[in-house]
Ligand binder design. Sequence first.
Ligand code: G3H
Ligand code: ZN
Length: 287
Amino acid sequence: SLVNGNEIFAEARKGHYAVGAFNTNNLEWTRAILGAAQEKGTPVLIQTSMGAAKYMGGYELCLNLVQQTIKSMNITVPVIMHLDHGNYEAAKECIEVGYNSVMFDGHDLPFAENLEKTKEIVKLAHAKGMSVEAEVGSIGGEEDGVIGEGELANVEEAKQLNATGVDYLACGIGNIHGQYPDNWTGLKFERLQELADAISTPLVLHGGSGIPKDQIQKAISMGIAKVNVNTECQMAFAKATRKYIEEGHDQNDIKGYDPRKLLAPGTKAIEDIVKSRIDWFGTPSVK
Ligand code: G3H
Ligand code: ZN
């Protein structure tokens, strides 16, 4: 069933585990993410970037897709429908449409404006029982057109943003969207510790793809309660699809070009990544 993220992530932070946040792009992605969570018996957050929602045909369609998939697949684990890296307009629209949770990403605004707009989004979302994620510092790299410098979160700013009443807080701690460069020096645990000491709100680790398991688990033990994963699912999907095509199934098998066959290996690959990350994050089963 669809729920907001308040209790789920607060419990995760208290219990020193995390709940995965996975980006969806279409029907296959949605089925893979929800199916994996159902199999593991764990809560899951499914999120659409502004770009993915535009690609799919709008936020209402995305919400309906998730709702109907929950129904048709008999998904009984808690599911949070979330807007990932939304600007002010997108956050307002998702609150209007009925998402369970929105991220207002004001990292590119002057801090005072980020703070002001976060306050407004919190007010609107909370009035409808929805959760809000804000961002302090920035996540390096680029995701669906959202570009960050990789600036470390400032603890004072984090405290001020937290005081707006946000339900979870994304912080720049050396994390990067997309693939990590070879010369990446790892997560900045000292800064994470300072943030975790100052703030009891669940913290969010973006750019979850490509961070070694031990660093992710250390971050979780310190206060990260939500880990965002996108690129790894995309890469796994592309790899499995390429293999299927290179093996000639689309040419030689009976109707191997049927999209229902062509997209199946990639869908399975996403499901495997999601299940493996749920294990890494230590999300307990609610079944
Ligand atoms: O907001 C989404 C995540 O931060 C995804 O990052 O594509 O590097 O896994 P990633
Ligand atoms: Zn992100």
